[in-house]
Design a protein around this ligand. Sequence first.
Ligand code: DQA
Length: 153
Amino acid sequence: MPHPTILVLNGPNLNLLGSREPGVYGARTLADVERLCRDACEAHGCVLDFRQSNHEGVLIDAIHEAGAAQAAGTLAGAVINAGAYTHTSLALHDAIKGAQLRAVELHISNVHAREAFRHHSHISPVAAGVIAGFGVAGYTLAITGLALLFLAA
Ligand code: DQA
């Protein structure tokens, strides 16, 4: 498969990047992040599918779709920043597990250095890897990691 897709899936409130708590999340917008992800995907010979939703069910549908595409050999996997759903959503955990999706969990901030309620993740047990605390550069790292995992599979 010469040009597999990489899904970058962003959850609630990430549409506010750039204006939302810039001291925590930085000044770059979601459109900036999309450009950065596109460059990283191109560098690895992959095609980017970049999405954001504030709705849990929409994220779940995207994960099911991605699992099917991965099984069909057209998708390398997904980078998922589930936002606060990371800490609350059993449904996202079940979706990743059920769809057998190769997922890298991504956080812009170092969630472990923040409030205690951000220390637990429902995504981590079903993720292939986790990246947190590198700012939006973490998206590039996560895409690189996912591409390496895909090549090694
Ligand atoms: C986040 C961290 C979460 O705790 C928070 O709810 C977010 C963003 C991050 O990228 O650092 O919305 O996932």
